[in-house]
Structures are given as structure tokens and as C-alpha cells.
Design a protein around this ligand. Structure first.
Ligand code: URA
Length: 239
């Protein structure tokens, strides 16, 4: 027996969090009875339906790595009608992004319909390194750089910066390009980090996620993750 939201996510229908919302909204039935209690335990033999449609565990799991272009939103749908990361992938599966990149951020994002996989990667204990290239509207001095490398506090919590490298300085335009590697995944975290030293991020791209990169993918291109990569990502979580 497992919690209802976990079973729904493991069938690939949606993420565990979204499954919880559906349960709370009274959209989920188990054996014909509406269930709105999040703790409800069910087994694979129970008949689960969402919005009147029976879901089952024969859903094939799909895993993608996408090089997200600018002006694409990291969600399944958008009420403003903007293009989403899901729109860029040619599949009938109910995939969704694992975490998010801002509308104006480009680069590496993973998508799947495997709720267990998504939850594993998004769990706070998951210490996967994410590397970004950021262009900022200021040339940082040594103190600023040291501040970011060491004791930066963002919204009351310390940010551990694993690596920070200056890639390019343009004195005429007063801009700087840096490569920064962090583990955590707070929303807008890179922009907030540079904000703390008085700089605005004018361009941002995620180039690395653990051992993965998007060097072989043009903007808007994607590919399936290999079984080996999926296993390696799970192995990172178990460390
Ligand atoms: N940090 C940001 O500020 N934006 C992103 O899209 C990702 C990390």
C-alpha cells in the first residue's frame, strides 16, 4: 500500500505535488469513491480515476533533456498563451519540467512523466551541481567576488557557491561574464546572488546539470536521456 499521491505520480500522470492538488480539489476517485484525504493509502489493484478517466501503471516513462530557448516558460501550460517547454517536445506523454528556468533563461532543463524520478531530483537533499553562465551589468571587484564565494546570504539563507570563474570582462560596456556553479535550486537564485553585490543579470544560461550538458543540442533541440544517464542521476541521489 502506498499514499495515493505517490501512486498517481509513479504512474507518470503528474508530479506528486500536482497529484496532491488534484486530490484536494476532489478530482480523484478510488474504486468509484471521491477521495480528498492526502494520506489515503491505496494499492496497484485499486481503480484510480482523475476527472473521470481511469489511470493505470502501464504508462511508459519518458525522459528528455532540452536546450531551452529564451522566451519559453518552464511549465506545462501558460494562462498567457506563451510557448512552454512541454510544447517544444513532440510526445503524447504528460511530461513536465523538473524544476524551472526563468522565462528569459536559456539552457539545460530536464522533463519527464516519471513522478518518482522528478521527486528524487527535486528533493532538497539532492546535491547535484548546476552550472550557469551569467552576464552582468557591472564589473565586480575582488571583494564582491570573495563575498559571493564565501558568505553570501540570500533571503536569510547562506548560498554555497561551489565555483565562480570570471570568463570575460568588457571595460567599455562595463559588463562581465562569469561561470557559477551551485547546488541549490531556489527560484531566481543566480539573479538574487548577483543582486547582493549590486549587479543585474542581463543574460543567463544553464550549461551543466551534474554530469549532463547541452553542448550537442542547439537552442530548442532535445533528446531522450539514455538509460545509463537516468541510472547515474538516481545514483547521485543515493549518495
Ligand atoms: N537562477 C535564476 O536566477 N534564474 C534561473 O532561471 C535559474 C537560476
Amino acid at each position: 500500500m502506498e499514499r495515493l499521491q505517490k501512486i498517481i505520480a509513479s504512474y507518470g500522470y503528474t508530479s506528486r505535488r500536482k497529484a496532491e492538488d488534484l486530490i484536494k480539489k476532489g478530482k480523484v476517485m478510488v474504486n468509484g469513491q471521491m477521495v480528498s484525504e492526502l494520506g489515503t493509502k491505496v494499492s496497484e489493484h485499486d481503480v484510480i480515476s482523475i476527472d473521470g478517466v481511469i489511470i493505470n501503471k502501464d504508462v511508459k516513462h519518458e525522459y528528455y533533456i532540452l536546450n531551452k530557448p529564451r522566451s519559453v516558460i518552464s511549465s506545462i501550460t501558460d494562462d498567457k498563451g506563451r510557448i512552454t517547454v512541454v510544447d517544444l517536445i513532440n510526445t503524447e506523454a504528460r511530461i513536465y519540467p523538473i524544476g524551472r528556468l526563468d522565462y528569459d533563461t536559456t539552457g539545460l532543463i530536464l522533463l519527464t512523466n516519471d513522478g518518482d524520478f522528478a521527486n528524487t531530483l527535486m528533493h532538497p537533499s539532492m546535491e547535484v551541481e548546476k552550472t550557469y553562465i551569467a552576464k552582468i551589468d557591472k564589473i565586480l571587484n575582488k571583494e564582491d567576488i570573495d563575498k559571493i564565494r564565501k558568505n553570501l546570504i540570500v533571503e536569510g539563507r547562506k548560498v554555497v557557491v561551489n565555483r565562480l570563474k570570471v570568463k570575460k570582462i568588457d571595460k567599455e560596456k562595463n559588463t562581465m561574464i562569469l561561470e557559477i556553479t551551485i547546488i541549490e535550486g531556489r527560484n531566481h537564485i543566480i539573479k538574487k546572488i548577483f543582486n547582493e553585490v549590486g549587479a543585474k543579470v542581463t543574460k543567463l544560461s544553464r550549461i551543466g546539470y551534474g554530469f549532463l550538458n547541452v553542448k550537442d543540442l542547439k537552442s530548442g533541440e532535445y533528446r531522450n536521456l539514455t538509460i545509463k544517464e537516468i541510472k547515474k542521476l538516481y545514483a547521485l541521489a543515493k549518495k
